[in-house]
Ligand binder design. Structure first.
Ligand code: GLA
Length: 384
């Protein structure tokens, strides 16, 4: 992604002026999926793909925004009733509103942005967009008075209030707190976090993108979250301290088996097991036991496919293929319903695995998957 490209487009669309330039990344997640909104652990890192935006206050109370990739320009006001209809603009508008709610005196601005996080691939392109503007507006209009966690929450609240996805905090957290070379374990209940330098000698992390877009997934995502909350509500009758599935274990789940639907039971079973898997993977990483890390990744895939039911035929195919090729770990990454698998591959297997995945996937589905090497990178920052 090229800052000069953004600079030249901004100048072209906004009378040759220049503004400040900010960037925020997309993310990967090694393990811990659908655990964030259950108060559990996640283990993400920021990547070297993101959004770059140039922004300049324009002295009015209106925002003029240009999406360089979509070649689409729109203008909107900053009041609640000014919500734009264009889907990409809702993210910028939502962030403006959420920052205003947090006491930032957001004024009108001109902005152009571009990105290279693949859309709908489970790599959090939308969180990258939200984080970029949250970080920028805090600096341009808020004297940096909003702390980084609150910036992440502003992004999450944008999803809830202006996009309609009841997501957890992981994506925005990873985008803002990312650090080159480190994964971050976040406890989504206490919000304590810890950086884990991640340099698996002899292995590589690679994403294989099924190119199935998860665009239609927001209602299914919200439904998964609802299932978890249903189970918590029933458990609370016997165990009042249970606020999240994080506070429960499998035997407590067994106690309520007859009082919850079979579907909700399966969802909760997956989540309770997945929260434990994050801790197991962290322990395994401490002793460089990548075989265990990989085994847990396969377990996650199985759970996401069979219990949480957020995989799809293409992702299951890629997962099976990884197993056949002897890949150490593989699983669907992110919310699911499409997007990528994340794969932990031994160096010597890398070339043959990628070649096989491309060939077999194309033979089965008639199109090529995309392949992205993972480079763990820094979070939100000002570029110029
Ligand atoms: C999406 C959401 C996150 C998280 C993941 C699944 O990326 O935005 O909050 O729930 O799905 O782990």
């Amino acid at each position: 992604m090229d800052i000069n490209h953004v600079r030249s487009r901004f100048a072209k669309h906004f009378d040759g002026t220049t503004g400040s330039v900010y960037t925020s990344p997309g993310r990967i997640n090694l393990i811990g999926e659908h655990t964030d909104y259950n108060g559990g652990f996640v283990f993400p890192g920021a990547v070297d793909k993101g959004i770059i935006a140039e922004i300049r206050p324009n002295g009015t109370n209106r925002v003029r925004a240009y999406s360089i990739d979509l070649k689409d320009r729109i203008e909107f006001g900053l009041n609640e009733e000014d919500k734009p209809r264009t889907s990409w603009a809702k993210y910028i508008f939502g962030i403006c509103r959420e920052m205003i709610k947090r006491g930032v005196d957001v004024q009108g601005f001109d902005t152009a942005f571009a990105g290279d996080v693949p859309l709908g691939a489970g790599m959090s392109s939308s969180a990258a967009l939200e984080s970029t503007y949250a970080f920028a507006l805090n600096e341009l209009f808020g004297q940096n008075k909003i702390d980084k966690f609150e910036l992440a929450k502003a992004g999450q609240a944008t999803e809830h209030n202006y996009v309609g996805v009841n997501c957890g905090i992981m994506d925005q957290f990873a985008s803002i707190f990312g650090k080159a070379g480190s994964l971050i374990r976040l406890d989504c209940r206490s919000l304590e976090y810890q950086y884990f330098p991640f340099d698996p000698v002899g292995y590589r992390l690679v994403l294989i993108d099924s190119v199935v877009k998860h665009e239609l997934a927001s209602s299914a995502y919200n439904k998964r979250r609802q299932s978890c909350e249903n189970v918590v509500a029933v458990m609370q009758k016997k165990h009042p301290h249970v606020q999240f599935l994080r506070d429960a274990n499998l035997s407590m789940l067994g106690e309520v088996k007859d009082e919850v639907s079979a579907e909700d039971y399966m969802r909760a079973e997956y989540v309770i097991e997945e929260i434990q898997r994050v801790l197991d993977v962290c322990d395994a990483l401490e002793i460089a036991d990548y075989e265990t890390v990989g085994r847990k990744m396969y377990e996650t895939h199985h759970g996401m496919s069979k219990l949480y039911e957020v995989s799809c035929e293409e992702l299951d195919f890629l997962n099976d293929l990884a197993k056949e090729c002897g890949v150490t770990g593989s699983r669907v990454m992110g919310g699911g319903f499409g997007g990528c698998t994340i794969n932990l591959v031994k160096d010597e297997l890398y070339d043959s695995f990628i070649a096989k995945a491309r060939e077999a996937f194309a033979a089965k589905f008639g199109r090529s998957p995309k392949v992205y090497d993972v480079v763990i990178s820094d979070g939100s920052r000002k570029l110029a």
